[in-house]
Design a protein around this ligand. Structure first.
Ligand code: SF4
Ligand code: SF4
Length: 72
């Protein structure tokens, strides 16, 4: 898989720590933090959007690192 130039960011207020995105991420870019909220490692994330699509809480979103603007 190639990098898309975007990075996922997980909204801690929305995440319930179910772990589904951690299992689904193809490059192991998501980890569980203490407190049961997941966090994206931006240096690993390739912006594939898998976590954005699967999360029922709509906690992850894709952002462009240049602008920090929300793109999805
Ligand atoms: S799938 Fe959504 S709610 Fe579940 S751990 Fe990932 S971001 Fe949090
Ligand atoms: S966008 Fe893709 S690579 Fe990035 S954290 Fe989500 S599932 Fe992993």
């Amino acid at each position: 898989m190639e990098k898309t130039g975007k990075t996922a960011l997980i909204d801690r207020e929305k995440c319930i720590g179910c772990g589904a995105c951690i299992q689904a991420c193809p490059v192991n870019a998501i980890q569980m933090e203490p407190g049961f909220r997941s966090v994206v490692l931006p240096e690993r994330c390739i912006g594939c959007g898998t976590c954005v699509e699967l999360c029922h809480q709509k906690a992850p979103s894709l952002r462009s690192p240049q602008t920090e603007a929300q793109v999805v």
